[in-house]
Write a protein that binds this ligand. Structure first.
Ligand code: ZN
Length: 67
């Protein structure tokens, strides 16, 4: 299930919200101060972007002489 990470711009609290429908994004409010001024953060668990937009399967980004 899509769980997005939000950061409140009012109190600075970061929280996670389960977004079932796309319309739920407009109703996301801070659980601490109930503020709508929240910004969604990119949450990619167990994944790191190195800039390479390759599909799947490939050598690691580390290149160097081995041996
Ligand atoms: Zn807040």
């Amino acid at each position: 299930m899509p769980i997005y990470e939000y950061a409140c711009e009012g109190c600075g609290k970061d929280f996670e919200e389960l977004i079932v429908r796309r319309a739920d994004e407009a109703e996301v409010a801070c659980p601490a101060c109930r503020s709508r001024q929240v910004s969604r953060r990119m949450s990619r668990p167990a994944a790191t972007r190195t800039g390479a937009a390759s599909g799947a399967g490939g050598p690691p980004p580390r290149c160097g002489p081995v041996g």
